[in-house]
Write a protein that binds this ligand. Sequence first.
Ligand SMILES: Cc1ncc(COP(=O)(O)O)c(C=O)c1O
Length: 648
Amino acid sequence: MKYKILLLDPNPVSLDISSRELGQRGLNIVGATTFDEACSHLREDGAIHVVLTEWELPFNTEAGSGRLEGSEMIRAFLKLRYEVNIFLLTDEKYAPNVTTGGLLNGYFYKGDRDWDDVVRKVRNEVTNSKNRAPFFEKLVEYANKAKDSWHTPGHASGFSIKSSPWVKDYYDFFGPNLFRSDVSVSVPMLDSLLHPTGIIKEAEELAARAFSARYTFFSTNGTSTSNKILLQTLLKPGDAILLDRNCHKSVHHGVVLAGAEPIYLMPSVNNVYGIFGPVPKKRIFEAMDGALAARKPVKALILTNCTYDGLTYDIAHIVQEAHQRGIKVIVDEAWYGYARFHPEFYPCAMEAGADYATQSTHKTMSAFSQASMIHVNDPDFEKIQDFFWENFNMHTSTSPQYPMIASLDAARKQMAMEGYGLLARTLELARSLREAINSLEKFRVLDLDDLISDELRNGIDKVRLDPTKLTIDVTKSGLSSREVERLLLGKHNIQIEKSTFNTLTVLITIGATYSKLNRLYLALANIESLCGNLADQPANGVLKDFRLSLSPIRFKPRYAFYCDGEPVPLRAGAGRVSTGMVTPYPPGIPLLVPGQVITEEIVAALQMYRDHHVEIHGLNEGLVKVMTVEEEASLVRRGFEIKDNRTG
Ligand SMILES: Cc1ncc(COP(=O)(O)O)c(C=O)c1O
């Protein structure tokens, strides 16, 4: 593939000469003479990898016209497309005497007329900075060496199965390459995930550069594990952490493992759709101040950005406020890993100054399931680096899957090379699907304003909506979301991401196509035609008003978690303390965490979920596990009771 270069020169004659010379040497050139034209090329042409520019360009905008000088211009380009490599190609004999803060990738003086040098250096920079996947390439090289394998895994590059009369189909389905590349830590040239010093380290450094982090670590058991590694690194027994009550269960597990005291932040709830949204900023700031005033050793704040439904925080402001109070910020970006690659989603956590981010590269990019990344920008990380590795080792298998590591490397390369273009297309597809569904009578894609709660609407929160996550209101169809979901799957072979009582959520990823979009649209149109006048009736199972306040947490989760407890019927649980987590799925938010008091209201909510056949994790055959009276008394005696810690 030829690299595409945006060549910028205010002088059309000079632009013509440079274009010809570089084009003849194999670069694919797009030219422009003004800053405005340059920006529109960068916005519209995702294939551009490099900008070669004169030091100054004229601009002409509504705000005025003039000439834009180098460093300002480069910053503006990087705001549009941070991943492009930028070089000066200039008549200025000396590199302009300004600092561009390391933003430039190189300098060429036109008077040298050494076009070969320009092409060589540009190619070299793009290749080295992003157009390679060193771990993936090394794995392929190793697999192709056809070495005799005397090590794990036992299938020995597939030899144990490829002639089997019984499981050859297993070999045939996954194919020879998967087995040849499924190797073990006994292969030194492939480095070690648990102590990377070679090719994995190189791949992680490229990922850090792509995702704007100081360090990136590959993690092979999902963001579930990435979260636990970080919480155990940053928190010691007795430390406190502020966490969104709506966070993923892995964060709650991390709290148990670390022995920390959780300070729960109640998320906003949209009562009409039963959708949990961001925690209002005011509540976060008040909780930080309250905890510090109460002299709690608050070490970190963790938030989910964006939420499952695509709602995003004003993350930069929150990070700033947390840092002013000496609190580290972890952002769970399980659903938002691509945010660095298109300005529609900026800022990602790293760009907003967060200390840590965890991302499920597999959820929204092209990596295999479970492939996740931990990004680090914490200025104090070096002080805790050894402890981080201890925890990384605690949670990571000594036999990580090498194809999965390779998939992280390749997914990063893809985003660095074509992420902007892919996301621009994804946004276009999302807009188009939104319009198509909204043209139907009985289904409607919800806007930001529909999704957020009143307190966010009227607050200082600046919440936004990721347009690639579409939440569809099914109320007017007269069917429950479960029924629509069943029809979509059973009749139309379409699997959606999740549902609430009256909504369905679909994710438009970089793998979406117009054909897929149209199939969903046609399926909904078909369901609409079938449901006829049902729409006049209240939908079966639609929840009209979703309200729930969560009860206080009475004991530190770690100590409640380790109680033997006793199982009691759900109804009899009211007034007792839960030892485990009870989570209706979806939406996946634990209504009970270890140490939390069970109230009548929570019992009623769980019964309602059960009546709607929602899967409930932690409720086994209708029994909930609670602490015994003796266990409660023992924890009180030992001082593990938490005071002043309400969950909502
Ligand atoms: C907010 C959030 N964080 C973390 C996770 C866990 O991610 P993974 O599936 O990569 O382990 C999920 C999974 O759904 C999630 O929704």
